[in-house]
Design a protein around this ligand. Sequence first.
Ligand SMILES: Cc1ncc(COP(=O)(O)O)c(C=O)c1O
Length: 408
Amino acid sequence: MTQSPWQLAARAETMNPSAIREILKITERPGILNFAGGLPSPETFPVDAMRAACAAVLAEGSAVARPSLQYAASEGLPELRQWVAAELGRQGARVVPEQVLITNGSQQGLDLVAKVLLDAGSRVLVETPTYLGALQAFTPMQPRFDSVDSDDGGVTASGLREQLQKGERPRFVYLLPNFQNPSGRTQDEARRQQVIAVCREHALPMVEDNPYGELWYDQPPPAPLLARWPEGVIYLGSFSKILAPGLRLGYVVAPPSLYPKLLQAKQAADLHTAGFNQRVVAEVIRDGFLDRHVPTIRARYKTQRDAMLAALAHHLDGLGAVWTQPAGGMFIWVRLPEGLNAQTLLPAAVEAGMAFVPGAPFFAGQSDVRTLRLSFVTSTPAQIERGMAALASVVRAAMSGTGSGSGA
Ligand SMILES: Cc1ncc(COP(=O)(O)O)c(C=O)c1O
């Protein structure tokens, strides 16, 4: 056998399969009550509106010019850029369409931000825990992650200050102010003001990732960080959770000084986001469709959230576990009783008929092995009730030493 002629780049050596994808393989047994995934409910995908929009878009143009099937501008479709600017304007942020770059999901936004802002060894501050997909997107640039002390309201002002006193100035802090993935937590108004004050004082830029902001169940979240420090924030948004993730449509809103570099990175990556998908979405949302559609998603997910909170309270009561009370989004974050390990508990949970995601991969620094993430949006209230009963049974067994999962 000859030796492989390929030599990997150092950055490729740093790439890892998503820990979650590996874990999800064990949870993909037929019949399992699956709370592990991070997928929106397919029942919310607006199939009829998409079908009509596809037909309308394909009927546009002629043999001379078929814009939906032609190469398109790297910046994105003007109608969508205008929609994003107007939408953020409604939330108190002053944005012009020229600041909006349409991307292949907000995940591509994370990749472009990393390419433009990170060198090998650059410091990046992240929440504790944080979105695993962002760690994956940033890692190939070989930065150094520092986890900022966080509580139920996200990063604390003192945690930020502590990190700012250490070592080299971080390139940015990556923040998820609304219904965070994985924890479901939200930064309240007071916390946003404190965080902005520290970041402005230290000229620490922020990357604000907000794919879940529209999925609020009690009241809309406070204004985005972007509204408070426009030149210090890169904002990422997505159509994945309000229309459908398969469209791969998201956006980056960048200060004018940074926009050209992000645009060049986008051009190099893929020339532009699929023009057909952009035109279909522009057609779907043209007449205020989202104002009618998103409330139906909220109503559905709120019922599921309430069912999961009630089932957790009923079944895990008195066992010493704690969990978040998300005001929106898709996830609840559970911390198991002392001495238990979510990763080692998972096989027993799958045996008992339910699956969750262990929390450890969501930590950039020291992991908390007692944590796990539950998604409530793809199960019915009856399935949620059965799933939480199963979870409680394996927790009880592990605590009495009759099951796996003990020994943190
Ligand atoms: C916090 C966060 N950011 C970004 C993304 C990527 O979303 P998309 O690329 O579908 O817009 C996700 C997906 O689940 C997410 O949870």
